[in-house]
Ligand binder design. Structure first.
Ligand SMILES: Nc1ncnc2c1ncn2[C@@H]1O[C@H](COP(=O)(O)OP(=O)(O)O)[C@@H](O)[C@H]1O
Ligand SMILES: [Mg+2]
Length: 323
């Protein structure tokens, strides 16, 4: 297969969580992912952006099989893995890895770094111990940590070093696609920069494809080839980073971009700040889900749910009115 072919294809993906009352009866559904479709090309960095609660982590976890999809297809390296039972999908999912938003969550405080790095290899492979140890040391070097760290516990290293260990742990399984969930959130700005540099160098060294989940648009603009904008469980705009950032088509993308500060420049598009909170994903508006906050909304927007329109080069947007 050549560079740039589709490595991961997601079609009509849904993840609904049951909403229960105090008697544990289901009284509704929370639509965390509601008909999400996109594809990822081998070797690219695809950014996933959107406000807190729009479904970014649910997307990552559903792709990984941590959550079972309610509906839809996830075709990874030619196999539909969405409906497979965990034991059936394990051998495909080894090559698709999810890096947790909170690195503390993936490192057991009772285990040394060595223990945490050996564990995925024990679970997923039958490599003998000396070979596991060699791979663990190779990955520790790749993420820029000294071998002396192998005998330390998570609380003995810094937050930035914990992220590096989290990455090394994932890389031991030789993945092709890595889902990075807010990989730099909660870190000092200087540490953020070194982690981003590390991610880029690991990508080159191991030929990785990244799904880069973030709410930090300036970071996404810096490192992503393409970007998908999510709102209430749906992709409302997707396209090349250049196109989305210079000519955002969806009013939601326009307002997100208006919220990031610009130094010494004017914006290309007419923009506005976003007001209020998004509606609840348990009770979505009729028609377009953004219309209750959209300054351009028309009667049509309450009647019809807009599909993603591919009316522009390198860009698609789900809006009746975008031009
Ligand atoms: N395990 C769960 N059970 C029920 N609801 C959930 C669960 N995980 C996430 N949600 C809900 O799904 C929506 C999307 O959450 P999430 O994917 O974490 O958003 P993001 O990562 O974009 O901040 C939110 O409304 C959240 O409350
Ligand atoms: Mg999240």
């Amino acid at each position: 297969m050549s560079a740039g072919d589709v490595i991961l294809e997601v079609a009509g993906l849904r993840k609904y969580f049951p909403v229960r009352n105090v008697w544990k009866r289901r009284v509704g559904w929370l639509r965390a992912l509601d008909d999400v479709s996109f594809s990822v090309r081998r070797g690219e960095i695809l950014g996933i952006v959107g406000e807190s609660g729009c479904g970014k982590s649910t997307l990552g976890k559903t792709l990984m099989g941590i959550h079972t999809a309610t509906a839809g297809r996830v075709v990874f390296e030619g196999h539909d893995i969405a409906r497979l039972k965990p034991h059936q999908s394990r051998r495909f999912r080894e090559h698709l890895q999810y890096c947790y938003q909170d690195p503390g969550a993936s490192l057991d405080p009772r285990w040394t770094i060595r223990g945490s790095l050996h564990e995925p290899l024990i679970v997923h492979t039958d490599l003998p111990r000396p070979e596991r140890e060699a791979r663990v040391r190779e990955m520790l070097r790749a993420v820029g940590l000294p071998e002396t760290h192998l005998d330390l516990y998570p609380h003995e290293i810094s937050g930035g070093q914990q992220r590096r260990v989290g990455l090394a742990r994932i890389l031991t399984l030789k993945p092709s696609v890595v889902i990075l969930d807010e990989p730099t959130s909660g870190l000092d700005v200087s540490v953020q920069a070194t982690i981003l540099q590390l991610l880029l160098s690991l990508q080159r060294q191991f030929g990785l494809t990244y799904l880069f989940i973030s709410h930090d648009l300036s970071v996404v603009r810096l490192i992503c080839d393409r970007v998908a904008v999510m709102y209430l469980g749906r992709i409302v705009e997707i396209g090349s980073t250049g196109a989305v950032f210079t000519t955002p088509r969806h009013p939601y993308t326009q307002s997100l971009l208006a919220a990031i500060p610009v130094i010494g420049g004017r914006r290309v598009t007419e923009t506005f700040a976003l007001e209020g909170e998004p509606p609840s994903p348990t009770n979505l508006p009729s028609g377009c889900r953004f219309r209750t906050r959209c300054p351009k909304a028309q009667p049509l927007c309450a009647q019809r749910d807009p599909p993603l329109r591919a009316d522009w080069p390198d860009q698609q947007a789900a809006c009746h009115l975008a031009d």
